[in-house]
Design a protein around this ligand. Structure first.
Ligand code: SF4
Length: 65
């Protein structure tokens, strides 16, 4: 599974981080979300889906690979 954050859409609400802090991080400069790796670790699939569903901007894409 892959997960990514579109920086053009992200508004930095941080809801994704609250939903799945193991996957989503916020940049100190502007609060935008990012993932350290697009590869979702085994066992974190549900967290990736939860984070994506929580984003009010729909900035997070989850893809089954
Ligand atoms: S919830 Fe969405 S808009 Fe907010 S920081 Fe996360 S990716 Fe960005």
């Amino acid at each position: 599974m892959k997960v990514s954050v579109d920086p053009d859409i992200c508004q930095g609400h941080g809801v994704c981080r609250m939903s799945a802090p193991e996957l989503f991080h916020l940049r100190e400069e502007d609060g935008q979300a990012y993932v350290k790796s697009e590869d979702v670790p085994a066992g974190a699939e549900e967290a990736a889906r939860l984070g994506a569903a929580s984003c009010p901007e729909r900035a997070i894409t989850v893809r089954d690979t």
